[in-house]
Ligand binder design. Sequence first.
Ligand code: TMP
Length: 253
Amino acid sequence: MSRRKKVYEGKAKILYEGPEPGTLVQYFKDDATAFNAEKKAVIDGKGVLNNRLSEFFMTGLAAIGVPTHFIRRLNMREQLIRQVEIVPLEVIVRNFAAGSMAKRLGMEEGTQLPRPIVEFSFKNDALGDPLVPEEYIIAFGWANQQELDDIISLALRVNDFMSGVMHGVGIKLIDFKVEFGRIWENDFPRLLLADEISPDSCRLWDIETGRKLDKDVFRRDLGSLTDAYTEVARRLGVLPSNVTHRPKPTLIN
Ligand code: TMP
């Protein structure tokens, strides 16, 4: 792995040069961070689960015509993706109030919103990914109006797909974050869904019990994150037998 050229390292993933021009290898780490990396931990097996889950969602989205960066999974922790020019926005879709929206507006978490709401944060860790209005996006050239319209309609299609898939396994999709990237085809830009879709970037609540099955388990110290993600993977039928979370071998003295 160290022989490959590292292109970028983020908080939860590493990007390496891919085998062909225009491709990258996306490696899922076990690292978990919250509150802009103020809180950190290594969660055994998280990378393996997120690699599988992101593959599952991206493949399903591609099947309904949402263009994505995903090409194929390579192994337990890596997937081959198309290299894109990332649009510097965190695109958040909310169905129910939670997290920063609940806090900002003084709403009770879990309150259903009148309709799905799309909001944008400027992707900049040093600034703590501030929420930005559409006007900023256009004025600062992070995306043009056509791209922004496409991003909103793609994000809403992702929401419909994800909400339906989750509902089918007894999970409520509260909100999620996605990112988009551009590829250039004959000098024309085309948007692709990029990054990852996993319980790291969604809020997922069990419909019956309200149990949280997403990164809030880590943010709020609610128990085992691996157990929560394993439960999501198990319900979706994407848990291969070699991914189960086994106890570590113990040394016999
Ligand atoms: P928020 O309520 O904290 O603004 O989060 C909204 C959604 O975005 C939630 O599903 C978690 C996800 N998210 C990320 O994926 N990355 C981030 O850095 C943050 C702050 C939120």
